[in-house]
Ligand binder design. Structure first.
Ligand code: SF4
Length: 490
């Protein structure tokens, strides 16, 4: 059977493409290529020979990646994409096609999914097809089609979720592929990590390293207008893996990754279905699995569920508080109130779950005064760690369309979504605030939050009593403190 290359393409060193807001991060975070590796697991389970290459994690440039492809000679290359890297992603597809005669390139991921026509048209001959939205089975069917005959338009037209150009050069967008209801059909992703990735390269300050990223579900029923993955990849209905299959995979990871310290459950929102989350926690305890875990959560969990999560090993949750301003919260359809967030923070603290809080500036209706109130709120809320960013809007999201229609996007090219060094920058303004003002307010928020004597004392104490905490803090702080003190230079 033919060989398939799954490539997280080269771009900037340690560019974290798979995260919801792709960038080179100030905290040295690097996400696992979870979706790409999962699609590779599906293809491998069907008998295809797969190669998984995470170029930013392995420090590979385009020459190294094409040399690897020339050696292994895949017939199909699946390349992940993001908005800021899309030109480099397409250039990688072009280079691979030049290096490997007959190679079929298919681009996947949020940006390609949102703008398949643009991606197919950017560089003639570089991109053969785009697999939109959730792409595991689309890529599998494509591999089967290529394995059994030529890639004629008539044969490609049978693959739901695929966009391509037909024999006359016309864009063809096949019907959307329905989301996979039964995630139990997905094979475990961890063996792919073991075979192809160096887990020490992946880092998240919210999870003690070494860590692995798994998912127990896909999709989120909430409707936050800016949120990328449910609108471009995973959908707005939560779908679940069988709990026992997830825990089998956790047990496999504990056996096969010596010294593993944390599992990061990178579901859109692990806690979206509270009854299922309770069941998940109970199953961990019942099986006697002892491991620390982190998850994305909503900031509105009942105290009893937080207690069950803590008992099952949850050490940290990442939550979007976003704003203290009711108008901004309502504009983004967050469905949370500041009072509820405060209660959540207190109840998480009471059961010993650390909270990483995210705050967004520049939402419609946000003013300098409302953002200063949000900064006060963040300090009062006092999550264990926090991030402050201008709202990042990406194609495929409601927020992007809204800002585009109002003329609020101030960027000439996709690359402008990042600074030259790859850090987040601001591409939007709103009614009253310019991009530069939003960046300055984010800098102010970070300094106010992180340079508080009480915060510094707390981190110093935590590092003093735990060597692991010291290592993790040092790794994140090496990059972060430099940015904190320097600001963003605007
Ligand atoms: S609750 Fe979280 S995952 Fe769900 S749409 Fe909102 S930000 Fe996205």
């Amino acid at each position: 059977m033919l060989s398939v290359l799954f490539l997280n393409p080269p771009f900037l060193p340690r560019f974290s493409r798979p995260q919801r807001s792709p960038a080179v991060t100030k905290s040295a975070t690097l996400y696992y290529p979870l979706f790409l590796a999962q699609a590779a697991a599906v293809a491998a389970a069907d008998g295809f020979a797969v190669d998984v290459c995470d170029a930013p994690a392995d420090g590979l440039d385009l020459a190294a990646v094409t040399a690897r492809a020339q050696t292994r000679r895949p017939a199909l290359a699946v390349l992940d994409t993001s908005t800021p890297s899309i030109d480099a992603d397409i250039a990688a597809a072009a280079a691979l096609r030049a290096a490997v005669p007959g190679l079929f390139t298919v681009l996947v991921g949020p940006h390609a999914s949102a703008l398949p026509g643009e991606v197919l048209s950017a560089v003639p001959g570089a991109v053969c097809a785009v697999a939109r939205r959730e792409y595991d089975l689309t890529v599998l069917e494509l591999a089967r089609v290529l394995d059994s005959g030529p890639a004629t338009p008539a044969r490609l037209a049978t693959i739901d979720g695929l966009s391509f150009r037909d024999g006359q050069g016309r864009l063809r967008h096949n019907p959307d592929r329905p989301y996979l209801d039964d995630l139990g059909r997905l094979p475990p992703v961890a063996p792919i990590y073991k075979q192809f990735l160096n887990i020490d390269e992946y880092f998240n300050p919210n999870a003690k390293p070494p860590m692995v990223t798994l998912a127990t579900s896909r999709g989120c029923p909430y409707r936050c207008s800016f949120c990328l993955h449910p609108q471009t990849l995973t959908g707005r209905t939560a779908r679940y893996r069988p709990i026992e299959a997830v825990l089998d995979e956790v047990a496999w990871c504990l056996d096969h990754f010596p010294g593993l310290r944390t599992v990061f459950f990178e579901d859109d929102t692990l806690t979206a279905d509270r009854a299922r989350c309770r069941e998940f926690c109970a199953a961990i305890v019942r099986r006697g699995l002892v491991f620390d875990w982190t998850a994305n959560s909503r900031a509105d969990l009942p105290a009893a569920l937080l207690a069950a999560m803590a008992k099952a090993g949850c050490r940290q949750v990442c939550v979007g508080f976003e704003s203290a301003d009711e108008t901004a919260l309502s504009a983004m359809k967050k469905g949370l109130s500041p009072a509820r967030m405060e209660r959540f923070r207190a109840e998480a603290k009471a059961v010993g779950i650390r909270v990483h809080g995210c705050f967004l500036f520049g939402l419609p209706g946000d003013t300098r005064a409302s953002i200063l109130r949000t900064i006060d709120f963040a300090v009062k809320l006092n999550p264990d760690t926090a991030q402050f960013y201008p709202v990042m809007v990406y194609p495929g999201t409601e927020a992007y369309e809204d800002y585009r229609q109002r003329g609020f996007i101030e960027a000439a090219a996709w690359r402008d979504w990042l600074t030259p060094a790859g850090l987040h920058t601001c591409v939007v303004r709103n009614e009253t605030l310019s991009p530069a003002e939003l960046v300055r307010l984010c800098d102010l928020a970070r300094r106010r939050f992180y340079l508080r004597p009480s915060f510094l004392a707390r981190r110093a104490l935590a590092a003093a009593v735990s060597p692991g905490e010291l290592a993790r803090t040092t790794r994140a702080a090496k990059v972060f403190v430099r940015h904190l003190l320097a600001g963003s230079g605007v």
